[in-house]
Write a protein that binds this ligand. Structure first.
Ligand SMILES: *Cc1c(COP(=O)(O)O)cnc(C)c1O
Length: 396
């Protein structure tokens, strides 16, 4: 499709084949699919991997519509659906490794991704080397004859380093290494994965695709070369999702364009306000020059969203608690990408467990915020009061 992105949000996955005369693809619930003739059954058998009704685990028309929508948004040859983002990551890596292999993992990856490498992959005899997110051309020195996967997440979780994705992909492809991107922050649209050499783009659709903090969902969109293997591996691992969740994900997509624009506008405003605050050491927002890899953000991304971090000048648990406990609009909670604002703090020592070779060694507490769709002045006021409480607790 050649339509502009704002149009794609509206039309993605809504071909007449799935909608059949209503606006939204209906929720089709099924385990058993019934055939009237042997010929029908045989046709379904032959085409079961090609969006033809066969058996519930292979998906129903609601799932096919969402798969189409994801491919129309991200590009690629096909989309596998998973019950959460973590399942998408685990199953995508598993599809391209075997015992004795070695994988490269960005040091700033989402924490459960690291835990998966250190437990499941390790037990299977697959070794992981963590690389500095800013390594660029240096990745070449870490590649071994048995390296089969390069997994990246840009920007990194919590510390927000943006990476030189085209360089990493180009070098990985010199030796046929599969490049997997956790594209949750880019929401599959602000970073077009296949334009930057990625083979498979994975998302926690739980975040911006769903957009309302009420569904767990994972997606993996693969290019032509990797699609068959990814699809069959996911199928054999029994990965499938409810059609109601698929429906809600498509509902989320319809408003994702306007939501992302609002998250972007408000988060940049809040980030700039924080940057000027005397208690703040620096802000890690990919759209601001103070963020490591900002130049790659400017070159490769089409926009940003509501998630970023800022680092305070000091680490003081009592003062941080005073800040967090009194917030009005920011709730403490995991996940992000919904309409609401969220806040979480990380003390510098917590990065000892989260980073192997690229610990930023912050002096002060890192606070990660998700800027929701509330009025931005209300959010700034909330943070201002919180930083007052922080200062008062420091003085006490
Ligand atoms: C939340 C998140 C995940 C995991 O998604 P779940 O749906 O919560 O399992 C993976 N990667 C990133 C970057 C995330 O933020």
């Amino acid at each position: 499709m050649s339509e502009k992105l704002d149009t794609k949000y509206v039309i993605a996955g809504r071909s007449k084949k799935w909608t059949k005369g209503v606006v939204n693809p209906p929720v089709q619930r099924a385990s058993t699919v019934v055939f009237n003739t042997v010929a029908e059954k045989n046709h379904a058998m032959v085409n079961r991997a090609k969006q033809t009704l066969f058996y519930g685990r292979r998906g129903t028309e609601t799932h096919f519509a969402l798969q189409d929508a994801m491919v129309e948004l991200e590009g690629g040859a096909g989309c596998a659906l998973y019950p959460c983002g973590t399942a998408a990551i685990a199953n995508t890596i598993l599809a391209f490794v075997k015992t004795g292999d070695h994988i490269l993992m960005v040091d700033g990856c989402y924490e459960p991704t690291r835990d998966y490498c250190e437990t499941v992959l390790k037990r299977m005899g697959i070794e992981t080397t963590y690389y500095d997110p800013m390594i660029g051309e240096g990745i070449r020195e870490l590649i071994r004859p048995n390296t089969t996967v390069l997994f990246t997440e840009s920007p990194c979780s919590i510390t927000m380093e943006v990476q030189d994705l085209p360089t990493l992909s180009r070098i990985a492809h010199e030796t046929d290494i599969t490049v997997i991107l956790d594209n949750t922050w880019g929401a599959g649209v602000n970073l077009a994965p296949f334009e930057h050499g990625v083979d498979i783009s994975v998302q926690a659709a739980t975040k911006y695709i769903v957009g309302h903090s009420d569904v767990m969902l994972g997606t993996a969109v693969a290019n032509e070369k990797h699609w068959d293997q990814l699809r069959e591996q996911s199928y054999l691992m029994g990965q499938c999702i409810s059609p109601d969740d698929a429906y809600l994900a498509m509902r989320g997509i319809r408003t994702m364009g306007v939501r992302l624009k609002q998250h972007e506008k408000s988060s940049i405003k809040v980030a700039k306000w924080l940057e000027a605050h005397p208690l703040v050491d620096h802000v890690r927002h990919p759209a601001l020059a103070s963020c490591p890899g900002h130049e790659f953000y400017q070159r490769d991304f089409k926009g940003c969203n509501g998630l970023f971090s800022f680092v305070l000048k000091q680490s003081d648990t009592k003062a941080t608690t005073a800040l967090l406990d009194g917030m009005t609009h920011f709730s403490m909670g995991y996940s992000w990408g919904g309409f609401e604002s969220l806040i979480l703090a990380n003390e510098p020592r917590s990065f000892n467990a989260l980073r192997t070779i690229a610990n930023p060694n912050f002096k002060g507490t890192l606070i990660r915020v998700h800027i929701g769709l509330e009025d931005v002045e209300d959010l700034i006021h909330d943070l201002e009061e919180g930083l007052h409480r922080y200062q008062d607790a420091l003085n006490a």
